[in-house]
Structure formats: C-alpha cells, structure tokens
Design a protein around this ligand. Structure first.
Ligand SMILES: [Zn+2]
Length: 50
C-alpha cells in the first residue's frame, strides 16, 4: 500500500497504485507517491499495463 499526496491541495489517498486524479480538487496527474510498502518499481496491478 502506498500513500499518494496531491501536490496542489495536499489531500492524501491510500491505494495500490497512483490515483488518476485528486479525490479532492479533481486535478489529474498531480498525485505524488509519499510512501510505499517496499518492493520494486511501479505498481503490481494492471492499472498501468495497458
Ligand atoms: Zn488535490
């Protein structure tokens, strides 16, 4: 699990992969990863593979 933070409004969201948009301000591609649970680069889910 990682925590993503909005660079614009500061809202945070937990998830396995990077949120497409901020849940609070709605801006896209603005969520930055704050923490992750360790392993490797990229997320393990299929959100980015297509
Ligand atoms: Zn935001």
């Amino acid at each position: 699990m990682a925590i993503f933070k909005c660079e614009s409004c500061g809202a945070t969201k937990e998830g396995h992969c990077k949120p497409k948009e901020c849940p609070k301000c709605g801006k896209t591609d603005i969520m930055k990863k704050q923490e992750d649970s360790g392993s490797g680069s990229g997320c393990g889910c299929s959100c980015k593979s297509k």
